[in-house]
Design a protein. Structure first.
Length: 74
């Protein structure tokens, strides 16, 4: 599957997964982000992730299969 790559630069050591989805423009609200994480629709570095507070650091990749997108954190 070919993913559309969304590059996101962060200025801190990490960003929480639900905040990253909103920051990257993938979801409109944090509530929607929380929902899709809990519905097991997100992978972090290729592994299913259901922790909305998961710390995402530069170099991590977040895949969203249903919209064929991958967020790359720099």
């Amino acid at each position: 599957m070919k993913y559309n790559e969304i590059e996101v630069k962060i200025k801190s050591e990490y960003i929480k997964l639900d905040s990253l989805l909103k920051y990257a423009g993938v979801v409109e609200t944090g509530g929607i982000g929380k929902e899709i994480i809990l519905e097991e629709r997100i992978k972090v570095n290729g592994e299913l992730c259901t922790m909305r507070g998961k710390k995402i650091r530069p170099g991590d990749r977040v895949q969203i299969d249903e919209i064929q997108s991958e967020i790359v954190v720099k």
